[in-house]
Design a protein around this ligand. Structure first.
Ligand SMILES: NC(=O)C1=CN([C@@H]2O[C@H](COP(=O)(O)OP(=O)(O)OC[C@H]3O[C@@H](n4cnc5c(N)ncnc54)[C@H](O)[C@@H]3O)[C@@H](O)[C@H]2O)C=CC1
Ligand SMILES: O=C(O)[C@@H]1CCC=N1
Length: 268
């Protein structure tokens, strides 16, 4: 079993570490790094893993997973890059940053894989997209899949699609939570107690998601089955169309994709 280090174990890094442990990865094969000592202590106590400094993690691990914010990746790589021994696989979780950015900071020949996952990894329902960067072989991709497959679904995509993936599935959970918030407010407007509205919407979201996945039907067909002629649903759909909700989603995801591009441009 390889040793995996998570550099910058914040929100997503912790999601990954906890998922690897649930999947049976041995705690002594996991390392984490953290900037704040209290955070390091918290992770060590919660998961029984070693939390070490960046240099130790770099030397001891086979897979170096970069989970710092894109804005912090340059500083981390400037520290590690020149000293990185050969034979390490670098897996980036950073939104927007192309693998070429890593290649510029790392010794020639270092394999880099770019990954975009999402927080439902916490319940083993992540959507993870994996792209080969420079020097990444089939074996490196297979190893990356081995890390992420227990956390949900994985697909391979060309790196050119990763900013779009980030906008769709990386940020996607936030859009669904936003929708749940908005629909719960609508329930309040209609006079339901908040908790009742919340429970109705959460179960409706779960049921709809399971139907989408398990029926294999097109969403239009599933929506049509709910939308009775001269019934209630079509009145709501008309309002959603009148308020440009579909157009809002197109614009929102384009804005998220553009932000990923900006992060890359700012990283230099
Ligand atoms: N939160 C999410 O849903 C997703 C996040 N991502 C990506 O994952 C990365 C992390 O995001 P979050 O976990 O949300 O951010 P976060 O801010 O919670 O975690 C980043 C952690 O890195 C630490 N850090 C920064 N520089 C460091 C250094 N030099 N050495 C050690 N630790 C250092 C920070 O103290 C922080 O705890 C980002 O690049 C983001 O684009 C990707 C997909 C989804
Ligand atoms: O908001 C962000 O930048 C990160 C990347 C995808 C989800 N969260």
């Amino acid at each position: 079993m390889r040793t995996i280090a998570v550099f910058g174990a914040g929100k997503l890094g912790e999601v990954l570490l906890s998922g690897l442990l649930r999947a049976g990865w041995s705690a002594d094969r996991l390392l984490a790094t953290a900037r704040r000592p209290e955070r390091a202590q918290e992770l060590a106590e919660r998961y029984g893993i070693k939390v070490v400094d960046n240099e130790t993690a770099m030397l001891e691990a086979d897979v170096l997973t970069v989970a710092v914010k894109p804005q912090d990746a340059g500083a981390l790589l400037a520290d590690l890059g020149p000293k990185l021994p050969a034979g390490k696989l670098v897996v980036s979780l950073c939104a927007g940053l192309p693998t070429a950015f890593f290649a510029r900071h790392l010794p020639e020949g270092t394999p880099v894989v770019r990954v975009m996952t999402n927080t439902p990894a916490l319940v083993d329902e992540a959507m993870t997209a994996i792209s080969a960067g420079p020097h990444a072989t089939a074996e490196h991709l297979a190893l990356t899949e081995e890390m992420f497959r227990p956390l949900g679904r994985t697909i391979r995509v060309p790196e050119s699609q990763q900013d779009a993936v980030t906008a769709l599935s990386g940020s996607g959970p936030a859009y669904f939570y936003f929708l749940v918030e908005a629909m719960t407010d609508a329930g309040i407007l209609l006079g339901l107690p908040r908790q009742v509205a919340h429970d109705l919407i959460v179960q409706t979201a779960i049921g709809s998601a399971v139907m989408l996945r398990e029926s294999g039907e097109h969403p239009v067909k599933l929506r049509e089955a709910v939308t009775s002629p001269a019934g209630t649903t079509i009145n709501a759909i008309r309002e959603l169309e009148n308020h440009g909700v579909r157009a809002a989603f197109l614009a929102a995801l384009e804005a998220a994709r553009d932000r990923a591009r900006e992060l890359a441009a700012q990283s230099g």
